[in-house]
Design a protein around this ligand. Structure first.
Ligand SMILES: [Zn+2]
Length: 221
């Protein structure tokens, strides 16, 4: 794939298990823009000891969720860095309607080219995640469809292969419900602004990337 030199500013939405992280990395490479993930940003801000980083650390150390205005501060600092001057891809932000409105207020109405929403049916992501099994020693990933050759002993290290607590169907459905409650209103709002493209996230990873690129090209090309 040839990188497209046109600067793009993209948001990527998608619930857990939709393949958002994988596609975000691919799109950022394709367009030559930084892949900015909220988790990475928070860790970097904490490490660098910025004002927002220190506040965020205090809040997280107290076991609380980082408030919208703190998140926005971290995003604002990140987007001001040189590598984001001509484009960026945000992954994991905005997570709420308020964060979405804050972002538009920060970058301006023309400051976002497109938000893409990776659409994968709930039953598909529940199956993807709840079938996952992980080596408790080395972290190697298996699934009920592709187990280690000697169940359930890791082929790589001999460790025990287990289902993580976070990967049970109950835990997955709980997180999907939180996404539906907190994030879908933000997705819908970007739709109302005429900034949203919904893309089929099922099937082959390369095919999904091409669908995303087609949606972006039809907007910014
Ligand atoms: Zn292992």
């Amino acid at each position: 794939m040839e990188p497209n030199q046109r600067p793009v500013r993209l948001l990527v939405f998608g619930r857990q298990g939709a393949g958002k992280g994988t596609q975000a990395v691919r799109l950022a490479e394709r367009y030559g823009v930084p892949h900015i993930s909220t988790g990475d940003m928070l860790r970097a801000a904490v490490k660098e000891g910025t004002e927002f980083g220190r506040r965020a650390k205090e809040i997280m150390d107290a076991g609380q969720l980082v408030p919208d205005e703190v998140m926005l501060g971290v995003i604002s600092e990140r987007l001001a860095q040189d590598d984001a001057a001509s484009g960026w891809l945000l992954d994991g932000f905005p997570r709420t309607l308020q964060q979405g409105k804050d972002l538009v207020a920060l970058v301006g109405e023309d400051g976002i080219d497109l938000a893409v929403d990776l659409e994968v049916p709930e039953e598909v992501v529940v199956e993807r995640i709840s079938s996952r099994r992980v080596c408790s020693e080395c972290g190697a990933i298996y699934s009920t469809a592709a187990p280690p050759s000697s169940p359930w002993t890791c082929d790589k290290c001999g460790g025990q292969v287990v289902q993580r607590d976070d990967d049970t169907e109950e835990a997955v459905r709980e997180r999907l419900a939180i996404y539906a409650e907190q994030t879908l209103p933000a997705v819908a709002w970007f739709g109302d602004q005429g900034l949203l493209a919904t893309v089929d996230g099922t099937g082959d990873v390369d095919d999904v990337t091409e669908r995303l690129v087609a949606a972006i090209e039809s907007r910014v090309g």
